[in-house]
Ligand binder design. Structure first.
Ligand code: GLA
Length: 365
């Protein structure tokens, strides 16, 4: 192989979801941005059909065959093995590779470090093997790796955001199609920052509870006789007998409405409207969908008290991160207020940093 063609470096971003939480597996719209935090894969084609992978964050190398099957690789390397498997299972020829992984997407912070890893491997393989797969299809193969190899029953948002991200834009994703359209995200030009408040909490029960919410949504959809809950109306929801399923469905339907309103607010740079929608989304996730936790509620309340235009949990919940839309002159106060609130509660100091809307996964060297 000619030098340079069989090797290179690829990077894929994490994501922050602006709004539209727990809608992707319900067929609803979501509005994420890819962020300026990346997982990077340096890869070289091998002469045999083995994959050998090392990570800056892990000891030792993991080795597996390009014909790996679910169940064969577990732990951190399963995300890469899952992508290799999903591509092969879809009929693509995958070459043997040496890969080295590094990342500055914080792990377990609800910023999709796993999707960033999967998508970095996926774009590297697409380029190195010359595969004819468009971005949306590639993201869905990365989602398949997560669902059917790693075994996490997630929706498609994280991988679609990581592959299809666009600098300076949010992505309005209609998950039912799926289709992705970019909307300019101009808060930085208007003197504002999007802050992440990483609570550093990762509740162990989160994974099981995520699957439980999915099942509850499926039950609610079945009760209404629809395939996907996001197509239900507010009137439909009132007709669900079971009070718990009614609350879950009310979140899905009200959040679906908020995504449309948020897209309008974004297009017209109506930042106070967007902030108000963040706050309403958080209340719905806390009260109706029950996926927040004390640390997320405290971070959101502290940000709003300190003058943020709005704040909400982002991602699956049960820990992870909140986001806050904050005027430049208020950033220090929001960071300080959330740090103080966490100190008063006796919790570890949250990590507060700004993110910008960034390009999707691709070759960087
Ligand atoms: C996690 C999942 C996504 C999505 C969000 C909640 O990040 O990976 O597919 O369901 O939770 O919106």
């Amino acid at each position: 192989m000619e030098r340079g063609r069989g090797e290179g470096r690829w990077a894929a971003p994490g994501r922050v979801n602006l709004i539209g939480e727990h809608l992707d597996y319900n067929g609803g719209p979501v509005l994420p941005i890819a962020i300026d935090r990346h997982t990077t894969v340096t890869a070289t084609i091998r002469a045999d059909s083995d994959i050998r992978i090392t990570s800056e964050a892990e000891l030792g190398a993991v080795r597996f065959s390009v014909s790996t099957k679910p169940g064969e690789v577990d732990g951190w390397a399963a995300y890469a093995a899952g992508v290799v498997w999903a591509l092969g299972d879809a009929g693509h020829d995958v070459p043997g590779l040496d890969m080295r992984v590094t990342s500055d997407v914080p792990l377990g912070a609800g910023l999709s470090s796993s999707a960033a890893f999967e998508c970095a491997v996926a774009v590297a393989l697409r380029d190195l093997a010359g595969l004819d797969i468009d971005d949306v299809a590639l993201a869905l193969l990365a989602q398949r790796a997560e669902n059917d190899y790693v075994g996490a029953p997630t929706g498609s948002m994280d991988q679609l955001a990581s592959v299809c991200g666009r600098a300076g834009h949010a992505l309005l994703i209609e998950t039912r199609v799926p289709s992705v359209s970019a909307i300019p995200a101009g808060w930085n030009d208007d003197g504002m920052q999007l802050l992440v408040i990483d609570t550093r909490v990762h509740h162990a029960l989160g994974d099981g509870e995520y699957g439980r919410r999915r099942s509850e949504c499926e039950e609610a959809a079945e009760a209404l006789g629809v395939d996907l809950l996001a197509v239900a109306s507010e009137a439909d929801v009132l007709g669900i007998d079971d009070p718990l399923l009614r609350r879950r469905a009310r979140h899905v339907v009200s959040e679906t409405g908020r995504v449309g309103e948020a897209a309008t607010a974004l297009r017209s740079s109506d930042w106070s409207a967007l902030g108000g929608l963040f706050v309403a989304s958080h209340a719905s996730l806390r009260d109706d969908f029950a996926v927040s936790c004390s640390e997320l509620d405290t971070a959101v309340a502290a940000a709003v008290d300190a003058g943020a235009l709005g704040a909400r949990m982002t991602g699956g919940g049960f820990g992870g991160s909140a986001i806050a839309l904050v005027r430049d002159d208020c950033v220090a106060a929001v960071a300080q207020r959330s740090q103080n609130a966490f100190a008063e509660a006796g919790w570890e100091e949250p990590s507060v940093f700004a993110v910008t809307a960034s390009a999707g996964a691709g070759r960087v060297a």
